[in-house]
Every structure is written in C-alpha cells, then in structure tokens.
Design a protein around this ligand. Structure first.
Ligand SMILES: C[S@@+](CC[C@H](N)C(=O)[O-])C[C@H]1O[C@@H](n2cnc3c(N)ncnc32)[C@H](O)[C@@H]1O
Length: 265
C-alpha cells in the first residue's frame, strides 16, 4: 500500500481562509442562507427596523446578511477586515442592484462621520480582540450609532463551548477539514486550529488570521457591564434566533445581545 505524503502549506486569512469559509463553503449552502434570513428577520423585529434606515454591519464577512437588510430597503454599509470578502460583497450588491456598499475596516478602531440608525455584529464576529480591543470595538459602535439607535451583537456563548472542543474531521468538496478545538480557562478563550487536507496532497495550515488567538467567551454579566460602561442602555440577551425572542439559558446555542443608545446622553 502506498503511503500518502502531504505537502504542508501555510496560508493567511486573506490569501485563502476568508474566501474558503465565508464564500466557498457557505456561498451555495441553502441551510446557511436560510439561517441568514432568520437572523435578519430576528434583527428586523427585535431592533424595530424600517425601510430607509441606515445600517452598519461590522465584521460582515461576504455580506450575505448586509445584502438582506438592503433588500428590505435599508441603506447598508458592510465593513470587514478582509479585502477579498469586501470585494465579494460589492460584486453581489452590484449584481442585486441594492443600496449596500462594503469597505475594508477594523471594528476595533472604526470611526465614522455618519451616524447609523442600527449597528449589528453578527455570526460571532465579536470577541476576537484582546480585552482592551473588544471594549474599544463597543466604544466605536457607540460613537457611530445615532442617539436613540439600537445594536445587536452575537458573541460566543460561554456554556456551549463543549460543542467546539476536541478533534474532529469533516468532509467537504475541497477535501477533509481537520479541527482541533481548545478552551483556555485562564483567558476564557475558545480557540484551536483548522487544517485542510486536499486530494492533491496539499495540507493547508492557518497563517496570519484575525481569529488565530481564539474568541473571548464573555458571560452575560461581563458583556452587559461592558455595554453599560460604554453608555448603552437596556442590554437584553437571547439564546436563539426564534421570534419573538427566546431567553438565554445554559444550553442555548447562541448568545445574542440587543441594546439601545439613549436619545440624549
Ligand atoms: C465568523 S465571521 C462572521 C461573518 C458574518 N458576520 C456572518 O455572520 O456571516 C467573522 C468575520 O469577522 C471579520 N473580522 C474579524 N476581525 C475583525 C475586525 N477586527 N474588524 C472587522 N472585521 C473583522 C472576519 O474577516 C470575518 O469575516
């Protein structure tokens, strides 16, 4: 029996993984699209959204949810740290003829002259920075939000981490994905690594990546007090994307938080 030897290649987020995860794996996936529709519907009702509102989607990935907000009549800016994803979002917006644009940006330092009616951070894009950077991201959100505006953020639920731990492999069109999930109780971060074993013998490893240090798993009291320290009011937590809103509990799959900026600060 011949022994397969793998060629190890390291590729950065922007070179390979961003497009792999956010476009190739989910681009044609009906389940992912149904989930995006459910997420957008939940935001629409929970944040009392209306056509004509301005929406900022931070960490927007390939822009699927941002485009759905635009299709509902909002004027949307999607911001992501990864240039290939921004390019993809702009291409889709042009194709669909909707009022959405996409720009490269970093939520930890995001500044805007324009104030937005609604700001969302979806798909667990919040928490990849250091403690200071995550707090800075929330301050940036507060500053970019119009008085009386509303936000919705998804974070990693600290009690559902066991779903992401240990080693597993998954088959996909591109090859076999090898995953090792780890949790560090000293930093409360969920991390690990992904590798893609391709049929041509390439073993693609993760290089420079905004998610490489894992995601900080904030508890409800922690995230709630961070938001209130930034000036937000009425943080409200949910555990699923079902309407009219399921309370969060220890076995919820999601940690969804909505909050308001006061009309006058
Ligand atoms: C888990 S994906 C979620 C994408 C999208 N929101 C969704 O739900 O499909 C996280 C996204 O956040 C982006 N990202 C990570 N760190 C970021 C940062 N500091 N500023 C802006 N985007 C960031 C990544 O490039 C990636 O597209």
């Amino acid at each position: 029996m011949s022994k397969r030897t793998f060629r190890r290649v390291t590729k950065t987020w922007d070179e390979f993984w961003a497009e792999f995860w956010r476009i190739r794996l989910v681009g044609d996936d009906d389940a992912a699209h149904l989930n995006n529709e459910q997420v957008v519907e939940f935001c629409w009702e929970t944040l009392k959204m209306k056509p004509g509102m301005s929406v900022l989607d931070l960490g927007c990935g390939a822009g699927y949810q941002a485009l759905l907000f635009a299709q509902k009549g909002c004027e949307v800016l999607g911001v992501d740290i990864s240039p290939p994803l921004v390019k993809h979002g702009n291409k889709l917006a042009k194709k669909l003829g909707v009022s959405a644009s996409f720009a490269v940006g970093d939520m930890r330092t995001f500044k805007s002259d324009k104030l937005y009616d609604r700001i969302v951070i979806l798909g667990m894009s919040f928490g990849f920075g250091t403690e200071e950077e995550n707090l800075a991201s929330l301050k940036c959100v507060y500053d970019a939000l119009a008085p009386g505006g509303k936000i919705l953020i998804t974070a990693q639920h600290p009690y559902s981490i066991s779903n992401h731990l240990g080693s597993e492999w998954l088959e996909c069109d591109e090859g076999i994905l090898l995953h090792r999930g780890e949790f560090d109780p000293m930093t409360c971060r969920l991390g690990g690594s992904w590798e893609l074993a391709c049929p041509d013998g390439a073993l693609i490893l993760e290089g420079e990546n905004p998610e490489l240090d894992g995601i900080r798993c904030y508890t409800v009291p922690e995230l709630s007090s961070m938001l209130q320290n930034c000036g937000f009011r009425k943080p409200n937590f949910f555990g699923a994307w079902y309407l009219p809103g399921s309370p969060i509990n220890w076995f919820s799959m999601e940690m969804i938080c909505a909050a308001d900026k006061p009309k006058r600060s």
